[in-house]
Write a protein that binds this ligand. Structure first.
Ligand code: HEM
Length: 551
């Protein structure tokens, strides 16, 4: 069956046992049949007065674009039609490996403007003057799905920023959540495997997910965030962004402060409910991409207010939680938000592949005045991202225009695949040398960093004093969520956990239920009830370490 859409009637042509049957249907009588196919901006028209010649990749003008050279009109093709080879060969290489995580994403360029003076905390030049503007690129993403997956999947959202500063590019590669699932980078690949496809069924598996989460209670805080309606934001404009990790600021007196970055959506927070998000997956899998590109085209430039939390080195030593633990937040009452500036997205990339697919963000890319911290996850990510970029885009990925620092790049890195700049020309390719004028600048010296211990070891990340996985998730449930949020959270968790299957179903379900109980008894009871689990019957058979202390 096929149909064509005219103004007010639909012409339906059915081929039935070789006979063509034609139906004319009055559209006004159809209520559920026609689902409009969303379409964003049309291709732009270029006037023929600017006529250009069609050429090969080497600039050779040619005429025969559609027909391949053949022996007679019905004969075989000739191997010498090089244009056929070039077109097919280039097409075969159009795809690059998708990002191993955060494969589906959208992005835009914009401006960051400083509105408040924070120079007592940092000497970073990007912040050195109220009113100063810096060009940025922001790429949003979902995490677990492939490049073609739906934008409204329940998932954290990536919030990756590249600030093109005069001291080089600063990448702040965050999420829409202030916390994360795990504390040690060694667990990352195992965790991500549970979010991707089961090796046998090649389907997503709630059993894998809940098995991993229940065996890693440090994930509870982020799991509750994910299962709340914030796990399905209404596109990318109505959600916050967070640097998530603790970073450091260094000021002009070489003093160090610990810092967390928060980007608060000026549009407000808006989420899809579970059902709406599921429907939208079918109606428009590119909902967030379309929403962003269309808003910017309309001149509705989305904005975020950058705020920071600051902790001194002395405060860090006495803070009740490890301030470098990515599964924890810093309470706002103790570390209030400080205003810094405004981020605005105001320019859609002209070409998605060039500027967004080829964009490479790395937490390793910090600038003078902003640095790392002992957060183990941040330390792991310093290694991981540039390695991923070398695999995905090649060793010279920093030369791709969207990644290239627009100010100065002077060093002795040379050659390699896809070297597309002048490769240092005829200048020396070694340092030190007696010829060129490149010199390390002393003003970029960093202060030494006194560490707490000189013992190297494989320390248990969840040892005594680091194993409270429940207080903050409990506070999130009790203090942050509204009554409706709580109801939705329980329904979403119960729905997701009901997908656990197989011989370990009960064990995994009960183990995870214990974590919810420990965070909040009411939450545990509500989820158990929604799942139809009889708590009184289950409690006596739970292994001791999983039993709930009090009911
Ligand atoms: C040890 C933990 C982690 C590892 C090893 C890791 C690794 C990776 C890798 C390999 C990529 C793909 C990079 C590419 O191909 O360009 C990626 C993307 C990304 N990750 Fe992580 N990740 C970790 C934790 C996190 C955390 C905690 C956050 C947020 C706070 C985060 C946010 C992102 C974002 C936003 C992207 C997409 C960047 C873009 O838009 O290109 N990741 N991660």
């Amino acid at each position: 069956m096929m149909y064509s859409n005219c103004t007010n009637v639909i012409l339906i042509v059915k081929i039935y046992e070789g006979i063509k049957l034609i139906d004319l249907i009055d559209v006004s009588t159809i209520t559920t049949f026609v689902i409009p196919y969303p379409d964003s901006s049309p291709l732009k028209h270029h006037p023929m007065s600017d006529k250009k010649k069609l050429t090969t990749a080497s600039g050779n003008p040619y005429y025969y674009h559609e027909d391949t050279q053949s022996v007679g009109p019905r004969g075989p093709l000739l191997l010498q039609d090089y244009i056929l080879h070039e077109k097919m060969a280039h097409f075969n290489r159009e795809r690059i490996p998708e990002r191993v995580v955060h494969a589906k994403g959208s992005g835009a360029f914009g401006t960051f403007t400083v509105t408040h003076d924070i120079s007592r905390y940092t000497r970073a030049k990007i912040f050195n003057k109220v009113g100063k503007q810096t060009k940025v690129l922001l790429r949003f993403s979902t995490v677990g799905g492939e490049k073609g997956s739906a934008d409204t999947e329940r998932d954290p959202r990536g919030f990756a920023l590249k600030f093109y500063t005069e001291d080089g590019n600063w990448d702040l590669v965050g999420n829409n959540t202030p916390i994360f699932f795990i504390k040690d980078p060694k667990k990352f690949s195992d965790f991500i495997h549970t979010q991707k496809r089961d090796p046998y069924t090649n389907c997503k598996s709630p059993t894998m997910m809940w098995d991993f989460w229940s065996l890693n209670p440090e994930s509870l805080h982020q799991v509750m965030f994910l299962m709340s309606d914030r796990g399905t934001p209404y596109g990318y404009r109505y959600m916050n962004g967070y640097g998530s990790h603790t970073f450091s600021f260094i000021n002009k007196d070489n003093e160090r402060y610990w810092v967390k970055f928060h980007f608060k959506s000026a549009q407000g927070i808006r989420n899809f409910g579970n059902e709406e998000a599921s429907k939208m997956r079918g109606i428009d899998p590119d909902f967030s991409q379309r929403d962003l590109v269309e808003a910017i085209d309309r001149g509705e430039f989305p904005k975020w207010n950058l705020k920071i939390q600051i902790m001194t080195e002395e405060q860090a030593q006495v803070h009740p939680f490890n301030p470098f633990d990515l599964t924890k937040i810093w309470p706002h009452k103790d570390f209030p938000l400080i205003d810094v500036g405004v981020l605005e997205l105001n320019e859609n990339p002209k070409n998605y592949f060039a500027s967004i697919e080829q964009a490479a963000f790395a937490p390793a890319h910090v600038i003078d005045g902003i640095s790392y911290s002992p957060d183990k996850m941040l330390q792991g990510r310093i290694l991981s991202y540039p390695d991923a970029h070398r695999h995905r885009l090649g060793g010279n990925y920093e030369q791709i225009p969207v990644n290239r620092c627009p100010f100065a790049v002077n060093n002795y890195e040379r050659d390699g695949y896809m070297r597309v700049d002048e490769n240092g020309g005829d200048n020396p390719n070694y340092y030190p040398n007696s010829f060129d004028n490149i010199k390390p600048d002393e003003s970029y010296r960093q202060p030494d960093w006194e560490l707490e211990s000189n013992v190297a070891g494989w320390f248990n990340r969840n040892a005594e004093g680091e194993n409270d996985h429940y207080t903050q998730p409990g506070n999130f449930y009790r203090r942050v969520l509204t009554a409706t949020d709580k109801r939705n959270l329980v329904a979403t968790i119960a729905g997701a956990m009901s997908g656990i299957s197989g011989e370990k179903k009960e064990e995994i379900t009960n183990r995870q239920l214990c974590h919810f109980f420990r965070a909040d008894i009411g939450l545990g009871m509500a989820i158990a009830k929604a799942l139809g689990v009889d708590i009184d019957a289950v409690m006596p058979v739970l292994p001791k370490e999983h039993a709930v202390i009090e009911k």
